[in-house]
Design a protein around this ligand. Sequence first.
Ligand code: PEP
Ligand code: MN
Length: 450
Amino acid sequence: MIVVMRPSATRQEIDGVRRSIEDHGLEAFLSVGEERTVIGVVGDVERISHLGTLPGVDQVIRVSSPYKLASIQEPGERTRVRIGSVEIGHGSELVIMAGPCAVESREQLLETARCVSREGARILRGGAWKPRTSPYSFQGLGIPALKLLAEARDATGLAIISEVVDPHDVEVFDEHVDILQVGARNMQNFTLLKAVGQSRRAVLLKRGLSSTIEEWLLAAEYVLSAGNPNVILCERGIRTFETATRNTLDLSAVPVLRQKTHLPIVVDPSHGTGARALVGAMALAGAAVGADGLLIEVHPDPANARSDGDQSLSFDEFGALMDELRRLQFVRATPEGRAQASEERPVVTSGLEDLRERIDDTDARLADLVQERAALALEVQRRRDPHVHGHDVKRERDLLERAANGTPGPMTPVELTMVFDAVLRASRSVQRRHAQSVVLAEDGAAGSDR
Ligand code: PEP
Ligand code: MN
């Protein structure tokens, strides 16, 4: 923290600020300029938030972020949250969460679960308690809905997400669902945030209707600091003056969040727009700006849905959106497609000897491929100024993320990332060696000129 004193601040006022800092067990570093004095403070500055009110103080500037656990330590740092066999964040495949706004009946839920699973969603959504603006609107089926969700999970293998509205319900949610959703209206319900912080399940924290990104990250900090590291953020639109859409889906929040936090980010184009016709476009846009997942409302009969029918996609519309996500390669393949792709790589052949031969053969091809990659990297280096610092960090990060998305096979994204990390390091080493030899040769030539 930096405390900037007014130009007119007296010696006593400066001493007063320093004393106040030290009285709170922190260190003050004075820098006396020609015009004003500036005081640097190191340590837990939460305790001295009053400094701005002391006499002689012009402004107090916070240097470190107030959300310690949610904030990024190094550029590009990302966390992956695991929900059963589904991973979200840090280069995971785009995770599609889909299902009805509210669980209405067994038939409605199971039918929707089968549809979204077939189309490639990994997580089934469905509200059991609905925080509705009007007390006369459908409020959700409660516990029976949680049981239906668990049944749908058993039937399809999808993981389950549902909104918890009461801190006392966290335990029963823990039993039935895989992800606890904290809704927009409860983003600053601090009792609820602390309660889901005690849960062993992942938490999807929606952005409050009128919350800044900083308030949102501080809400995430409540969950993280209560001991639950598995927090996923969800942009679902904010209140603005615009009335053409239900909310204004703040897609710039996604890249902003990626600069500020390591937590996975989901975009909800359903609540973000409130209109079925707009959901597809904003889903694609969400994927394009770097969301790790999408949360989409789907209903077998949107016109007769008991909540949010206007923004719910029909099965056909959801299928068309998934096709488009696949065409643009935001989503790789349907589950059947995945299975098919692994079948295209038959591993089992006759004997052990045979298998070993095939491994040797694969290794030889791998060696050729990494040499080919290094030769290309070397050619790039030859064409650029040897004095300019080499590699393109963004491209490398993108490559690592793509690698982590993986191809079907036994390697986890983490293992694939390890491999690509090593390949990149070796390539850079080849480039560096070349650049050094050019610089040395130039120095030698300059020396002999003299
Ligand atoms: C929901 O996802 O069902 C929901 C109520 O969303 P939000 O909290 O974003 O309004
Ligand atoms: Mn809804």
